[in-house]
Write a new protein. Sequence first.
Length: 431
Amino acid sequence: MSQDELLNCMRCGFCLPSCPTYIESGFKESHSPRGRLAVMKAVVDGVIEPDEDVERSLNLCLGCRACEPVCPSGVNYGHLLEEARDIIQQNKTQSLPVRTVRKAVFSGLFPHQHRMQLLTGMLGLYQRSGLQKIARKSGMLKVLPNTLSTMEKVLPPVPRLREMKKRPTFLAANETAKKRVAFFSGCLMDTMFMKTNDASMKLLQLAGCDIVIPPEQACCGALHGHSGEKGGAKELAKRNILAFEELDADYIITNAGGCGAFLMDYGHLLQDEPEWVGRARRLSDKLKDISSVLVELAFHQKYELTLPYQVISYQDSCHLRNVMNTSSEPRTLLQAIKNTEYREMNNADSCCGSAGIYNIVESEMSMNILDSKMKEVKGTGATTIVTANPGCLLQMKLGIEREGIADHVRAVHIVDLLLEAVKDVKSACLS
């Protein structure tokens, strides 16, 4: 862990108002970025031991990185947090059940897309076979924690296994190509949210992009990196670098803020490996969120975007805004949709409490943050809440269910809404 980076923190407190856990904990210093940095430094200096209280403070952090844009010293808090979590995990004695679960998830599942497909396919079978209806009517789901039982209601319809296995590797633009782009499919995005990936590629085709989708690509590694599994994150990063570096693409496109941000950080992740760090940074230099390339190619001006009247508001993906520096582009696209009214949400740039699996492992804090977020949602009077990240999408759907407003409010990924709004979509898309 970098001593210089830790010393960059001036303890000014500019980060405090931007930190959801600091606010929701009743302004507890140990649950703020400044407090966590102080804890990290105390451990590095040998003043305190890395005990359960230290781990608790770090684990309660969402990793939203909202503290970084407001920090006058430019502290790379997210990097320090991941390094601290990795150090703790590598030096921690864990029980056999915990080791087994972590190994199954981080080594046995996420690095293997065919296993992700199989597991997601089983979920789809549960949804289509009638088991889901039986489970709901019988009350079986009541044995689950409230958050999980509600989340079961908001999961998207999962495609069939054969659909997930039959994925394109190249798609031509609908007209003369303006750009040649590579598409990062992701793991959950190309299984549970496959229809959103399809919508993304249709929009790119309409915007004038030839699209290469390398089948050798892997999970971005964000879950590993955020959970103290740095070695696994590095291996996935290397697989993705190899998959994308020879494609001669103008851009590498992502449609999930969390994935895009972690891909952006590959240079830091591999900074101690000279043979990889330059290659990692070249990949990062080509990354763009889909909203950015659509605006660049004037998609919203080329096509008439129209929907039945509805009030739209946008919830920022923390990593898309704070790491990829993309916030105006989604709003530009949404405000171009005719016959709709866009209303900016108060504190739209504040985390919704999803943060990967945070809403499962830190459910109480996550739901407190979500409840605060839903007050802001209601304040807009919006009937459509738009997000740019799958975790944020599920979290907002969860909030809508918890508030009992699902009959008149929906949450949707921005690319799905844009495709819904496009008139005269060419049938040649995705063919």
